[in-house]
Ligand binder design. Structure first.
Ligand SMILES: *Cc1c(COP(=O)(O)O)cnc(C)c1O
Length: 467
């Protein structure tokens, strides 16, 4: 047989279009995508023939039904969303790559209502005239933080930028060298600060900064002092830093705004739940910070947002900055944040119903029970693998509480007939997109970040891999 004969086995586009399985597809997917996929798959076959060895030509054949299946998968892949729900089995609660905080199921209806309908986003219902989108969040955040005023922007990096651009324009900002953190994805706080029109003046050394360092750097161009909560690393041992209340006591800093970037802002003192103390927004305000910035989707457990709280005169100035328009939040963010914050009015409710807080404070006995349940389900599958429950540690993640060791239980799976990396890859690419990790040649799933209602996805996919 010659290559010409092999080419003649390629079906025509029309022939494929008349296949009943493809005809079914036309009712559910755009025709353009189907045609594109048919051409793509036929071209792949054509290339296969081009690169075929002489000796393989005779045995070359095209199984039409296999080609049809390929085309159907191709259409589905093209049509499916690129962003997908995954099962987080990593035990990292604020996993930046996996979307940081999960929103509370309690706010679902409200969020859908606002997203799918018109709303009073910028409309004052009592006056019947234009209102401000920022007003919706002011009262609740004032209530929860004790601050005078509030402004919410797109994320915390944007909050830092807006604060410095507004308060330190054409002047200098003093910041301790030990607090210049990199926040992941190689974004440095210092670079964000320099995007504003102020100049950064670093004082002190990596491990020690004294009040005299701030005083020495202070001059007539100084516009602000910035404190950054080093939420993603800790310098231990021989260290010293200056607290906000100390800075506030200095006569010469009286007129300066003292700004604190908290990063992961928390409203609840987590030391009450057996964790180490993480500075709360309320404490920063009490210590005298004039402006405090923090993320909506780190430990707060809400949507991505940058929350700015502080003195009215400073926030008022920020609202007039043209940057605010560029950094403004969307109605879905406002709805999700307001609804999440309302849960905080009752602390017990917040711990139980905000997934991020619930996962951080989850007790070991509860995780033990949860792991037993998953273990039992997996053992019932009778798969050809060693399966066991193990003690391990989870992480808060998202650059928060880096030293916190959260004791947990994991399920470890070691397949007998294929590699652990094959198992990891297959579960990751499965319909449920299960993300686990490999440790000591075992596949590990941490139950802390997995919902019980996701166990059945794991069981279904394990069944498929092992069959
Ligand atoms: C995470 C973090 C940021 C950036 O916050 P985003 O909401 O991710 O923009 C800024 N500062 C500190 C200290 C942080 O930890």
């Amino acid at each position: 047989m010659k290559k010409n004969q092999a080419f003649s086995k390629l079906p025509s586009v029309d022939k494929i279009l008349s296949n009943p399985r493809i005809e079914d597809l036309i009712n559910c997917y755009p025709r353009k995508l189907i045609l594109e996929s048919i051409r793509e798959k036929i071209n792949q076959k054509r290339e296969e023939i081009i690169f075929l060895d002489e000796k393989d030509i005779d045995s070359f054949d095209i199984k039409e039904e296999d080609l049809i299946s390929d085309i159907i998968n191709c259409v589905k892949d093209k049509f499916e969303l690129s962003i997908k729900k995954v099962v987080n089995g990593t035990g990292v609660i604020l996993h930046t790559n996996l979307g940081r905080s999960r929103l509370s199921p309690k706010i679902k209806d409200e969020l859908i209502n606002i997203a799918f309908g018109y709303s009073n986003l910028e409309y004052d219902l009592s006056e019947g005239q234009r209102g401000s989108r920022y007003d919706h969040l002011v009262e609740i955040i004032k209530e929860l933080t004790g601050a005078e005023d509030v402004l919410v922007v797109n994320n915390n990096a944007a909050a830092v930028l807006l604060v410095l651009d507004t308060l330190a324009r054409d002047g200098e900002i003093i910041v301790s060298r030990g607090e210049l953190v990199e926040v992941g994805g190689s974004f440095r706080i210092s670079s964000i600060m320099e995007l504003g029109s102020g100049k950064l003046v670093e004082v002190g050394s990596t491990n020690k900064t004294h009040i005299r360092d701030y005083k020495k750097a202070f001059n007539e161009n100084t516009k602000a002092i910035m404190k950054v909560h080093t939420s993603n690393y800790k310098i231990l041992g021989f260290t010293e830093s200056v607290e906000i209340d100390q800075l506030k006591q200095e006569e010469e800093f009286r007129e300066l705004p003292i700004i604190e970037d908290l990063g992961s802002g928390v409203f609840i003192d987590l030391s009450k739940y057996g964790l180490s103390y993480e500075p709360t927004v309320i404490d920063s305000i009490k210590k005298g910070a004039d402006v405090v910035t923090f993320s909506g989707d780190k430990m707060l457990g809400g949507p991505q947002a940058g929350i700015i709280v502080g003195k009215k005169k400073y926030i008022k100035k920020m609202k007039k900055n043209q940057l605010t328009r560029a950094l403004r939040v969307d109605k879905m963010t406002i709805a999700a944040l307001e609804a999440t914050l309302r849960i905080y009015l009752d602390e017990k409710d917040a711990i139980e119903n905000i997934p991020t807080l619930k996962m951080i404070t989850c007790k070991l006995e509860e995780l033990d029970k949860k792991a037993d349940l998953l273990l039992h389900k997996i053992l019932n599958l009778n798969i050809d693998a060693a399966v066991e429950k193990q003690k391990d540690v989870s992480q808060v993640g998202g650059g928060s509480m880096p030293l916190e060791k959260l004791d947990t239980y994991t399920i470890a799976i070691k397949p007998n007939k294929f590699s652990v990396s094959y198992l990891e890859k297959t579960l990751r690419n499965s319909e449920s997109h299960i993300i686990g990790r490999i440790n000591e040649d075992k596949y590990i799933l941490d139950v802390r970040t997995i919902e019980e209602n996701e166990f059945d996805f794991i069981i279904k996919e394990l069944k498929k891999v092992f069959n």
